[in-house]
Design a protein around this ligand. Structure first.
Ligand SMILES: Nc1nc2c(ncn2[C@@H]2O[C@H](COP(=O)(O)OP(=O)(O)O)[C@@H](O)[C@H]2O)c(=O)[nH]1
Ligand SMILES: Nc1ncnc2c1ncn2[C@@H]1O[C@H](COP(=O)(O)OP(=O)(O)O)[C@@H](O)[C@H]1O
Length: 318
């Protein structure tokens, strides 16, 4: 093929004057690989938006910052159908309302179209606001394997002034886990007693299996002494804490991408395929609840995520 590249008879009709050259085979292979990679990157970004790992506005800003990026080369209709609760019918109505042609790519929108799309996104997906009057009781929640335990462990090591609450659980101890340090390992009867005597601030059955609960005493004592208290608990627990202590600061930990979350779950190697699939279904539901939280922290890098969690109590409400 390559030897014909310059042959004039290969010039397609209509390519007036431009000596259309068929690119050498290697270039075409490279180009098609690049196109496949770009499609994959766009698919992965769309997954992030539909799973709510990133906000639609974030994808849009990335597109504007770099029109040649996966976000920038995404067509507007593709973007719209990746948004939560927008199907093809709604997509077409929105395009018409915003007067944006379906062939447009996000990175190629004109100033007016950018402005109307941004207004549409802000109205439909209002940016999150931290509530005022929040206390030093910090709840850290987030989907399975996002790194809650890792970030909480980092905070425990680097911030001895912060109390990391130790939960009670009916789950058996894993090798290396110490009673009273990682959890208070109790049986069902003891867990019932803790509930009946009102010793738990919240409690829940997690992953349909074992019961977990937050002992109330140590938290109240630490808060009274002016310390920050960190609870690393699941979504049901976070909701109960908010109901019991509305001033609690709620932080939702996010993965950098959905693909990375799956990688972390697989990489941790503590669950089989069936359990992993079940946890990922739960993760999708949990991600959909992130607007109930005051802050979203992306766990890209453990130290930075830990810093953001620690600083959340100091952030004034907006
Ligand atoms: N509601 C509630 N959830 C908890 C509590 N302690 C731990 N959890 C959650 O229970 C889940 C399972 O924890 P664990 O048994 O350590 O397993 P792993 O985190 O999946 O390795 C995690 O999502 C924790 O956030 C608690 O006191 N209350
Ligand atoms: N920022 C990070 N970057 C890369 N891997 C991480 C990060 N944070 C945690 N991990 C890894 O991800 C896996 C899940 O973390 P873990 O703390 O057990 O999650 P969770 O407590 O939310 O279920 C672990 O293998 C952990 O080492």
């Amino acid at each position: 093929m390559a030897e014909h590249a310059d042959a004039p008879e290969e010039t397609p009709p209509g390519a007036a004057g431009s000596p259309a050259r068929t690119p050498p085979e290697v270039d075409r292979v490279a180009a098609s690989r690049k196109a496949v990679a770009a499609r994959r990157a766009r698919a992965s970004l769309k997954r992030d938006v539909s799973m709510r790992v990133i906000e639609p506005q974030q994808l849009f800003e990335r597109a504007l910052a770099d029109p040649t990026s996966p976000a920038g080369t995404m067509r507007v209709p593709e973007f719209l159908t990746s948004l939560p609760a927008i199907g093809e019918g709604k997509r077409d109505r929105i395009l018409e309302e915003l007067s944006i042609s379906p062939v447009k790519r996000l990175g190629g929108l004109g100033a007016r179209q950018r402005a109307v799309l941004r207004r549409f996104l802000d109205a439909r997906f209002p940016p999150q606001r931290a509530r005022g009057g929040r206390s030093r009781l910090v709840v850290l929640a987030g989907p399975t394997a996002v790194g809650k335990g890792t970030v909480a462990g980092y905070i425990k090591e680097h911030h001895p002034e912060i109390l990391l609450s130790v939960s009670a659980t009916t789950r058996p101890a894993r090798p290396g886990e110490i009673d009273g340090e990682h959890y208070y390992f109790v049986d069902d009867a003891e867990f019932d007693r803790l509930i009946e005597t009102d010793q738990l601030l919240e409690h829940a059955t997690v992953h349909n299996k074992y019961r977990y609960g937050t002992p109330r005493g140590p938290i109240e004592a630490a808060l009274q002494a002016g310390r920050t208290v960190l609870l690393e608990i699941d979504l049901q627990g976070a909701r109960q804490v908010r109901a019991a202590e509305p001033s609690a600061t709620l932080v939702f930990l996010l993965p950098p991408s959905w693909d990375e979350l799956v990688q972390r779950l697989v990489g941790r190697g503590t669950e089989g395929a069936e359990e992993r699939a079940r946890r990922l279904r739960t993760a999708k539901r949990e991600l959909a609840a992130q607007h109930e939280f005051d802050f979203r922290v992306v766990n890209e890098d453990v130290a930075s995520a830990a810093r953001e969690v620690v600083e959340s109590v100091q952030v004034p409400s907006r």
